[in-house]
Design a protein. Structure first.
Length: 84
């Protein structure tokens, strides 16, 4: 599935605003690089639910889906196919 640049741009804006960071690129690992901790993850999920309208059910939650903007965008597109 191809992810449109507008989806990536939108996800990037939400991630950078909710974590208050400027990321070097869309593949940067948010966890390993220290950009996001557990509180940041909760904040990010709440922001995604509010700003993008995607539901993040806890029973399907995978931390790897939130390691980078690229992975978050892929998750959002799977969760909300109308955004691709």
């Amino acid at each position: 599935m191809a992810i449109g640049s507008t989806v990536l741009d939108r996800i990037r804006l939400v991630v950078e605003a909710s974590l208050n960071v400027a990321l070097p690129d869309n593949a940067a690992d948010l966890i390993d690089s220290g950009f996001m901790d557990s509180l940041g993850l909760v904040t990010l999920i709440a922001s995604l639910e509010e700003e993008v309208g995607v539901d993040v059910p806890l029973d399907d939650f995978e931390i790897d889906d939130f390691r980078s903007i690229d992975r978050i965008a892929a998750f959002v597109c799977r969760a909300s196919p109308t955004l691709t």
